[in-house]
Design a protein. Sequence first.
Length: 317
Amino acid sequence: MIIKYKFKQILLIIVLSTFILCIFYPQTIIKEFMLGQANALLRKVNAPISIYSKKFSINWLTGIKLEQIAIYPLAGGLNEKYLDEVSLRLSILPLLLGRISLDFDMLAKNETLQGTASLSLFKLLWDNSYELSAIDLNIHNVDIKDYVEYSKSIILNNYGKSLIILSPLIEKLQFSGQVDADIHYKLSKTYNSIASIKLKNANFNFPMGDLDMPPLSFTNFQILVSNMGGILKVKDGTELQSKDLSLALVGDFVHQDINAPSLDLLLKMRLSQNLEKYFGFLVPQFLSCPSSFLKDGFMNVHLSGKLDRFTCINKLE
């Protein structure tokens, strides 16, 4: 709830007020105001970072542009992150019609992120609703390692007490790679929202003391999904492949009734002998399957039913 409220503040303070202030104030003052507000909000959600921009420009045609941006860590063990440019453009006509429409771009070396997001101005102001009505997002070659570390710190800072058992595991988790993604979402029962996410050079490591668990380097890490009418379809081609683990998933996740979601999925999995030694007994339990369904590191099952009591049918036989 706190993060939702802060999201609303970010939109209202940084986007709307900045475009009004640009008429009356020098850009240096606006830059300091924006960065001050953004860093204050980051502190309120216990984010372990602060941001600084060396160059700043704003006008009604090109919008807001920040250049030579640095993300500074406020905690040990985190790296600095540098971005070449971030731009944000507010479309005027949709605003007059009661809709906030933002175009945004991020550039950092070979990394790019471009997109458009829309939400209702009236719902934001009167219903305290920040729900996006539409978003189009294109991501190319974005290195996620530092963002994963920032996210871990935010989770542990805000929810560490309630996640007391999982906190040590989250802290040790290491995940890196470069993301390519194409996402199109619209809040409509008749619109087919789609997402294609591919992670290149993906590496997953989970240090577990004396356990000899190998780090996982994925040769293929791809997620293909679509969503329409409360049914999330996991498409053929959704898979993870590495030397020690391969996983393929296809089927439906039905969330029309948010209180009673259900699934209908086909899952194929292969574990190396090393992984099976440590996790062979946990995987079937997690999937509500008999332990015998994992045989010589292989599992091929059909999962169906309500999320809290689904059944597991062996497809190997």
